[in-house]
Ligand binder design. Structure first.
Ligand code: T1G
Length: 688
């Protein structure tokens, strides 16, 4: 039974129970409708509805979205609650999200626990509230707050909900408080649907529309939600619900909702494989070697997750730099209200800074985060192995270097893994867990457990140059430089990718991280570079010109100060010069053509990565591209997007490009196999 009912002294208690988050599926909707009839039949004084397991309800069961809706539909169920002559009170603990919040808003009264959260995050799944949220919320909290909550999809806390008028009270024990509510008081509250809709405000909607076009460019649901809210204001309540439902059903089966659901479930499926569960080492004390930007960010992420952390540096200056950087991250979290003063003090207490490796003797995990020099990493890992417990895990944060080579030099290579964080390490959710040839199950499992503790999205990667994400990035940049050289500019390339949905293009992104990083990798790879593969020298010219990016005031763009960026004709001329030296004529690529080429280059490389078993699945690659490299989430990730184009079409396009350059555009065998078998990339598995 997903809805249980019991009454005591004419008070009804209705429990929502569909673990783990009381997702609202057909059975729960059916149970709720029966509860309305039960309460009226027994002429109860009130019904108190609450969720089992400390959660009210996480919303409609998104797993049902790919099937035809089944009766009873949630709007009808909620109208029955709203219109019932027995008043319902929602006692909210944990979360009341989406349909959960809509159940609560159909109740006469809402009482929240202090740490509970309530909201309508439907747009994050590419849909809009589909059970009255766009009509009830404006009636309860006014237009401004309703538009903000629905179009941004961000839940709010109990006090904010109380201040906004969404809930009547914040109580430690909402069920008890609901029982104590005075019957007369309760009887005076009219059903939500009888509340007057707020007056239309054209300026508010205009500003909201412009804001959404800027902040959520390309995403359909937020703008449609705004339209539905606006149209609903001039419709009778039940007609507003009908209009809302039509738009919800239309979006639910659309490409963006499917893509966002794909990422939602892929992210939750990103867990340690079954055979690795339960073998992880419990990490209470972690050591980070290297207190630079990455090391300090990793150390801060570990501190924020409650671990004891030792930062090892080579000298006092290094320790001071680490302490200053971590201090700044703490200050920023305090300013944003992410932590309070007591938590900041607790984090500081759990941190030690030292130049002595002996401090690592009691740690269960060490992460080296020094600069990308194999000899230095060998030295550090050897010193750690000498002092740390025999079962401690040794991890490297290297972005590119060979984890197997690092492990091979140690007495016990099975304890070595890669833990590839992404800058800023305390914010970016992706964590590539790099499995060395000899990495033990316990080391890998410890990596997964750490990812869960840090709230990261773990993706298992095999050992190769760049693992999953940076290997795809290298192809993305190579394709961009080729397009630039042959017939474009950095700013046109960036614009093409922003139009696709990236927050920024590859050139602006590289100016942020610094052109010297890619340059160092090109130099490292030079001895093994394929002589038949076309090499674009423009980026090397940039280094020669001292244009390293933001940090030197100029890279692909100029940064004259004040935060803006300026296109630099000198940079555009480099392509013209190099084309002249190469004796080639240039073309003029359109935005869509630029985007097509860069995406195909990434898809082709990702297919090779999957084929080689460096990635375990296409959805893992989707997680890497979305959570580590800014691929637009509402496109579902690189491989899900490729599947939306169709593998056969991709192979056909690559074959045409291969006539231009058979080396750069060599079609991945996995793509050919999938095309021939009529298989999607989501179904593809590594060729064992
Ligand atoms: N549908 C189906 N399964 C869900 C689910 C949902 N809405 N929410 C969570 N799960 C599963 C999840 O896949 C995982 O499964 C388990 O629950 C624990 O989730 C009509 C149309 C509630 C804050 O967008 O934000 O209502 O991996 O790992 O970190 O207008 O889940 O264990 O098999 O995330 O504690 C709107 C989505 C739906 C909220 C809990 N609601 N969920 O976080 O656990 S649309 C949402 C969340 C809607 C109405 C519209 C989070 C959480 P498994 P978890 P968590």
């Amino acid at each position: 039974m997903q809805v249980t009912m019991r009454s005591e002294n004419h008070v009804g208690y209705v429990t929502l129970s569909n673990p783990p988050v009381n997702a609202i599926g057909q059975a729960l909707r059916q149970g709720l409708l029966e509860a309305v009839r039960w309460a009226e039949r027994d002429r109860l004084d009130r019904v108190i509805v609450f969720g089992a397991g400390g959660v009210f309800a996480a919303g409609a069961d998104a797993k049902e979205f790919d099937s035809p809706p089944q009766v009873p539909h949630l709007p009808e169920v909620l109208n029955a609650i709203d219109e019932s002559f027995v008043p319902w009170i929602a006692a909210i603990e944990g979360v009341a999200l989406g349909g959960g919040a809509e159940i609560a808003m159909a109740c006469r009264m809402r009482i929240m626990a202090p740490d509970a959260r309530i909201g309508l995050p439907e747009v994050t799944l590419g849909v809009i509230p589909g059970a009255g949220g766009t009509a009830r919320l404006p009636r309860l909290v006014g237009l401004q707050k309703a538009v903000e909550m629905i179009t941004m999809g961000k839940p709010i806390g109990a006090q904010e909900a109380r201040s906004a008028g969404l809930v009547h009270a914040v109580e430690d024990d909402p069920i008890e408080a609901a029982f104590m509510v005075n019957s007369e008081e309760l009887g005076c509250i009219v059903p939500t649907w009888e509340f007057h809709a707020p007056a239309h405000d054209p300026d508010l909607f205009h500003m909201a529309r412009e804001n959404l076009k800027a902040k959520m460019a390309g995403q359909e649901a937020p703008l449609r939600a705004l339209e539905v809210i606006e149209a609903g204001l001039s419709l009778p309540f039940h007609q507003a619900l009908t209009q809302e439902r039509q738009v919800f059903l239309e979006l639910k089966t659309g490409p963006q909702a499917k893509a966002l659901r794909h990422i939602f479930f892929a992210q939750r499926a990103a867990k340690a494989p079954a055979h690795l569960r339960g073998v992880a080492l419990e990490v209470r004390h972690a050591v980070v070697v290297g207190g630079g930007t990455m090391g300090a960010g990793i150390a801060y992420a570990l501190l924020a997750a409650g671990l004891q952390v030792t930062v090892l540096e080579a000298d006092a200056a290094g320790l001071q730099r680490a302490e200053d950087t971590i201090g700044k991250l703490t200050e920023a979290s305090l300013r944003r209200g992410i932590i309070d003063a007591a938590q900041a003090a607790d984090q500081r207490r759990r941190m030690t800074l030292s130049t002595q490796y002996s401090e690592a003797a009691s740690a269960q995990l060490a992460i080296e985060a020094v600069f990308e020099d194999m000899a230095v990493k060998h030295e550090i890992l050897a010193k750690l192995e000498a002092v740390m417990p025999a079962d401690a895990v040794l991890a490297t944060n290297t972005s590119y270097l060979d984890v197997n080579e690092m492990a091979a030099r140690l007495m016990d290579p099975t304890r070595v893994i890669g833990l590839h964080f992404f800058a800023p390490a305390h914010i970016m959710k992706l964590l590539e867990i790099v499995q060395g040839a000899q990495s033990s199950d316990r080391a890998i499992s410890t990596g997964y457990a750490l990812a869960k503790r840090l709230g990261k999205v773990p993706v298992l990667a095999g050992v190769c140059d760049g693992f999953i994400g940076n290997r795809i990035l290298a192809r993305y940049r190579e394709a961009a430089d080729t397009v630039f050289m042959d017939g474009s500019t950095p700013w046109d390339v960036d614009e093409a990718m922003v139009d696709f949905g990236y927050a920024m293009g590859p050139y602006e992104a590289q100016d942020l991280s610094g052109l010297d990083i890619a340059h160092a990798n090109r130099q490292r790879q030079a001895p093994t570079r394929d002589p038949n593969r076309r090499y674009i020298p423009i980026a090397d010219r940039m280094i020669e010109l001292g244009k390293l990016g933001r940090k030197t005031g100029a890279g692909w763009y100029r940064y004259p100060g004040g935060g803006g960026k300026v296109e630099d004709p000198i940079v555009a001329d480099l392509a013209i010069e190099e084309a002249h030296f190469a004796g080639m004529s240039r073309t003029d690529y359109s935005g869509p053509e630029i985007c097509r080429r860069l995406l195909l280059a990434m898809i082709n490389e990702a297919a090779d990565i999957l084929d080689a078993g460096i990635a375990q699945s296409a959805s893992d690659i989707d997680l890497v591209t979305v959570f580590g490299y800014g691929f637009p989430r509402w496109r579902g990730g690189l491989m899900d997007y490729a599947d939306s184009l169709g593998v056969k079409a991709i192979v056909a396009q690559l074959e045409i490009l291969a006539r231009e350059d058979p080396v750069a555009w060599k079609v991945s065998p996995l793509l050919r196999r999938c095309a021939e078998a009529g298989q999607s990339l989501a179904e593809a598995r590594p060729k064992l």
